[in-house]
Write a protein of this length. Structure first.
Length: 269
């Protein structure tokens, strides 16, 4: 996917939603709508009771999903259903280690592969402690996506380089999802440092709230990752889940148009 986008001179758009929010039956139709609206890769959140990397918006989404009884096995079933109609759009599971440890690394990797998952972003697995999970995922041909932050120094970037695959997720602000104000100059400088050491696409997330910020990040990154701004729209319609795909699709369409316009402007500058 990244190679196709790069060849076309574009920037990928990666939307995040929590599986099972606002209702389990809404997730797969929402995934298809996001692709139709211009999403290139879906980051699908696995509900977990202690989402330490996430801000209040996504915390509430995972609470709603857990109240709906959605667990890891249900998320895998959703991906399997999505694959019945879409065999090409990459799907990355975003979550925390505990549910995977309960299932077992090898069992999780095999089940994820069978469902059609392409990789995982497990935010509480540092590279020093992820060897078994990396091995299990790689045995099934799945990627393990790692986070880098404004505070990541050269040594940390090198450690991530040694284990990351697929792409690297740069957290653009110091804080949880949905927090902070984007400093574009700082993001640009940090991406240059990362690219000197890591030969993988770099997506940027945390703090991208609207078309304007998406367009600005698109000029710098290989992918624009949007989570809380989408989930907040889902939350506003939690009592009317049938309206969620249209609302999210319209918002993603705005982001897609802004991203593509920014790249066109760069090419003609």
């Amino acid at each position: 996917m990244f190679a196709r986008r790069r060849q076309a001179g574009g920037t990928a758009l990666i939307p995040f939603v929590t599986a099972g929010d606002p209702a389990p039956a809404a997730t797969v139709p929402l995934m298809h709508r996001m692709v139709a609206a211009g999403g290139d890769l879906i980051e699908l959140g696995v509900p977990f009771s202690d989402p330490i990397a996430d801000g209040p918006v996504i915390q509430r989404a995972t609470e709603r999903a857990l109240a709906n009884g959605v667990m890891l096995k249900d998320v895998l079933a959703m991906v399997h259903e999505f694959r019945e109609e879409d065999e090409t759009t990459p799907v990355i599971l975003m979550g925390y280690l505990n549910p995977i440890e309960i299932m077992g690394y090898e069992a999780f990797a095999a089940a994820a592969k069978a469902a059609g998952v392409d990789g995982a972003l497990i935010v509480d697995v540092p590279p020093e402690e992820g060897h078994e999970l990396v091995a299990a995922l790689r045995a099934e041909g799945l990627d393990l996506v790692y986070l880098l932050a404004p505070t990541s120094d050269a040594e940390r970037i090198e450690r991530i380089r040694a284990v990351a695959s697929g792409f690297v997720y740069y957290v653009s602000v110091k804080g949880v999802t949905g927090a902070g104000h984007l400093d574009l100059a700082a993001v640009d400088a940090k991406l240059a440092e990362i690219r000197r050491r890591i030969d993988l696409p770099v997506g940027v997330g945390f703090g991208i709230k609207d078309a304007e910020t998406a367009a600005a990040i698109a000029r710098l990154a290989d992918a624009v990752i949007v989570g809380s701004a989408i989930v907040s729209r889902i939350e506003a319609l939690a009592g009317e889940p049938h309206r969620v795909p249209t609302a999210v699709g319209d918002f993603l369409g705005e982001l897609r148009d802004a991203i593509d316009q920014s790249k066109n402007e760069d090419r003609h500058a």
